[in-house]
Design a protein around this ligand. Structure first.
Ligand code: PRT
Ligand code: ZN
Length: 213
């Protein structure tokens, strides 16, 4: 059987369109299959799986998918054994800590004993540990920005791009913990034939990006 690569792409959400567009720009034709779990490219040995972004690192670690396109923030949070092979230049954002705008903030030690609401408990815990700050992390899965307003937390840690969500919720960004963008991740044990296909894909991706610069 000839080699094939299985790629995990976000099913819907902020990375979906740019991920599909990049494949298209690489000359890969995908007969539309967004409402399906998987589909195939017609002119490249590539099978696409459409998944929640949170699940992509696990699928790639397990080898259910060979490669995947996902935010670096998710890769770091999930702590899975995958290789980051390329930054993709879209989905740019930062993972930041924010506090209510009327709270005085002079530095990271001001987070001491605060309750921080976040969907990124692993990255926040790492960051606090690195800076020797003791704080309480409250993991919540969505609408993190409203946590201070309803008395659930003193601070939040969430993704920021324009900053307007923080602003609208009366919050100010005080620490940038991570700068993130979409990346291509790969399983650590690709076969030689799969690695060759990945190299071919990477060559095209780099050419596409170079043409844009
Ligand atoms: O359904 P699924 O689980 O797959 O999707 P999701 O809802 O978990 O993720 P999604 O689609 O919202 O985001 C996917 C990825 O896009 C993230 O993991 C990041 O890598 C990247 N990304 C880039 C962002 C943003 N920018 C972003 N601004 N993800 C989320 N946001 C949110 C942020 O959480 C906050 O609510 O946008 C709001 C802030 O935006 P501004 O412009 O107001 O600052
Ligand atoms: Zn998600």
């Amino acid at each position: 059987m000839s080699a094939k690569l299985k790629i995990a792409v976000q099913k819907s959400g902020r990375l979906h369109d740019d991920s599909m567009k990049l494949l298209k720009e690489c000359g890969i034709d995908v007969n539309n299959g967004v409402n399906r779990l998987k589909t195939e490219a017609s002119n490249f040995p590539l099978e696409l799986f459409f998944l929640r972004d949170d699940d992509i690192p696990q699928y790639v670690e397990d080898g259910v998918a060979d490669i995947g396109m996902v935010g670096e923030n998710v890769v770091f949070e999930k702590e899975k054994q995958v290789k980051i092979v390329e930054k993709l230049g879209f989905g740019k954002c930062r993972l930041s800590i924010a506090v209510p705008k009327n709270v005085e903030y002079n530095g990271i030690n001001d987070l001491h004993n605060m309750r921080i609401a976040t969907s990124y408990p692993v990255i926040v815990a790492d960051y606090l540990k690195k800076h020797k700050v003791q704080a309480e992390i409250h993991e919540i899965s969505g609408s993190v920005e409203i946590a201070p307003g309803i008395g659930l937390a003193d601070a939040i840690c969430d993704l920021v791009s324009s900053g307007s969500t923080l602003f609208m919720n009366g919050l100010k960004e005080v620490e940038v913990m991570l700068k993130s963008e979409a990346v291509l991740v790969a399983n650590k044990d690709l076969t030689a034939a799969q690695q060759q296909l990945l190299d071919k894909l990477l060559f095209r991706m780099r050419a596409v990006r170079k043409a844009k610069n």
